[in-house]
Structure formats: structure tokens, C-alpha cells
Design a protein around this ligand. Structure first.
Ligand SMILES: NC(=O)c1ccc[n+]([C@@H]2O[C@H](COP(=O)([O-])OP(=O)(O)OC[C@H]3O[C@@H](n4cnc5c(N)ncnc54)[C@H](O)[C@@H]3O)[C@@H](O)[C@H]2O)c1
Length: 252
């Protein structure tokens, strides 16, 4: 059997690396796409993946990423749209170029990559697309206008993709995680501390985990396991869904 080929964007970050590891263990060939060439090559070498440098805010680089993967492997079976970043500011002073960049990376790039891998998935009659949204795709928080908008929009893209993919064996699902222990969340700690007027070390307990049923951060491997399941044959009847993995955050 030919092994499957997966593209994981934001592939050198916390969730991206954990997902790559799990895919590689099951024999899937993995292409990691991310910004930093040096880090990317190192991570790819450690994991046994391929790294392709790409700034996903640029349409041409989304195209180049897909083209290079297809040239190398001849197919793409799995697409994990995972690249993302946070920026917090009130709407009044939210930098407009930051808004543009966030929408490009977290909403436009998933659309473009879906479009570009579509012919390959359609041809093989099998495809899995997993879009990493957030609980912020389901509920809003102040000062995160662009992040909340992109992550909410991504749920709409997921549903539309699912509807169009059904007849071709292509499924599309979204994940809505709460607080995963990765560099992204570490980067938010200082902003949250300032916002709430508390020391940084109190942010996990007093902010992130205040309203969760389970009082610990999510491990990136836990998110990766759900991605792996949604990309398996066993999940062939699951599409258009938004999967929360949120410590019970949205249960109330
Ligand atoms: N960590 C959390 O608590 C959490 C919660 C919900 C959703 N998410 C989402 O999960 C995804 C993965 O995040 P993570 O927690 O692993 O964070 P992370 O910061 O470890 O990884 C994100 C990766 O995306 C890459 N990236 C950012 N902009 C890019 C661009 N223009 N082009 C290419 N790559 C780019 C970064 O370089 C980074 O490697 C993100 O979409 C994030 O919004 C994270």
C-alpha cells in the first residue's frame, strides 16, 4: 500500500510537531510548512519529515508549498491547517496590518491550500482536511477581534468544504481546543498578566483554567491524537463537525 502524504502548516510549533510525530509513527509521509528555515530543517530532520519554508500570509507561497509537495510525492492525502498566532489589542487601536495578516494566515491560507490540494484528493477519492480553529471560534474574548474572526470563519470554511467533499471521499473537520501547552499560549501570558493586573505565574490558574472543569493545560499530544483519528479511515463518516477539546470550558 502506498503511504499517505500529509501537509501540516505551522508544522514546527507545538501542535504541529506532535501531529507530525504521530503521523510518521503510522507511516505517513509528512511535509511541515512554517516560517523559520533553520528551525524547520532541524525539526524535520529529528522527526523524519520534509520541511518547506512558507509564509502562508503570501498567496504565492501557499501555491508553491502545494506544488512542491505534489512534485515530490505526486499526491496529498491529508491537510492540517494549523498555522496561527495571537495578537491582543482593543478594536480601537488594533493594528490594521495585523488584522490583515491574521486573516490571511488563519483563514485565507486554509482556503487556498484546500483549493490547491483538492484535485489530488478528488483524483484518489480520499482526503482528510483538519482545520485547527479554537474555542475562540465558538466564543469570543475581548481584544482578540482578528483571532476570533479568523477562527469563527474557519468553521464556516470547514462546513462548506465538508459539503463539497462528500461525494469525493474528502472529509473536513475543525478542532476547537482551549489552552494547549505550546509556545503560542506561553506568548500570551504576559499580555494576560497585564490585562488582569496579576503576576505572570498566576495566569494559568486565574485566567486560563478559571472556568474549565479540568484544571490543567491540554497536552499537544492530546490534540494530535484527535487529529490522527479524524484523518483515519475509521472517521470516514465524520465531516463538517467542530470538535471541542477544551477541558470542559464550553460545557457551561
Ligand atoms: N495553544 C493553544 O492554546 C491553542 C488553542 C486553540 C487553538 N490553537 C491553534 O492551534 C494552532 C497551532 O498553535 P500552537 O499552539 O501549536 O502554537 P505554536 O506557536 O507552537 O505553533 C504555531 C505555528 O504557526 C506558525 N506560523 C505562524 N504564522 C505563520 C505564517 N505566516 N506562515 C507559516 N507558519 C506560520 C508559527 O511559526 C508556529 O510554528 C494555531 O492555529 C492556534 O491558533 C492553539
Amino acid at each position: 500500500m502506498t503511504s499517505k502524504v500529509a501537509i501540516i502548516t505551522g508544522g514546527t510549533g507545538g501542535i504541529g510537531q506532535s501531529t507530525a510525530k504521530i503521523f510518521i509513527e503510522e507511516g505517513t509521509q509528512v511535509v511541515l510548512a512554517d516560517l523559520d528555515e533553520e528551525k524547520g530543517q532541524q525539526v524535520a530532520e529529528n522527526l523524519g519529515a520534509i520541511f518547506i519554508q512558507a509564509d502562508l500570509a503570501e498567496r504565492e507561497q501557499c501555491r508553491r508549498l502545494t506544488k512542491a509537495t505534489l512534485e515530490r510525492f505526486g499526491r496529498v492525502d491529508i491537510l492540517v491547517n494549523n498555522a496561527g498566532f495571537q495578537h491582543m489589542d482593543p478594536i480601537e487601536s488594533f493594528p490594521e496590518d495585523k488584522w490583515d495578516e491574521m486573516l490571511k494566515v488563519m483563514l485565507t491560507a486554509p482556503f487556498l491550500l484546500t483549493k490547491y490540494v483538492w484535485p489530488s484528493m478528488k483524483k484518489s477519492g480520499w482526503g482528510r482536511i483538519v482545520n485547527i480553529s479554537s474555542i475562540q471560534g465558538l466564543i469570543a474574548s475581548p481584544f482578540k477581534a482578528a483571532y476570533v474572526s479568523a477562527k469563527t470563519g474557519l468553521l464556516g470554511l470547514t462546513r462548506t468544504t465538508a459539503l463539497e467533499g462528500g461525494e469525493f471521499g474528502i472529509t473536513a473537520n475543525a478542532l476547537c481546543p482551549a489552552y494547549v501547552d505550546t509556545p503560542l499560549i506561553a506568548g500570551q501570558m504576559a499580555d494576560q498578566a497585564t490585562l488582569h493586573g496579576i503576576p505572570v505565574e498566576e495566569v494559568p490558574e486565574k485566567v486560563f483554567l478559571k472556568s474549565t472543569a479540568i484544571k490543567r493545560m491540554i497536552r499537544p499530544e492530546e490534540v494530535a491524537s484527535l487529529i490522527q483519528y479524524l484523518c483515519s479511515d475509521a472517521a470516514g463518516a465524520i465531516t463538517g463537525a467542530s470538535w471541542t477539546i477544551d477541558l470542559g470550558f464550553t460545557a457551561q
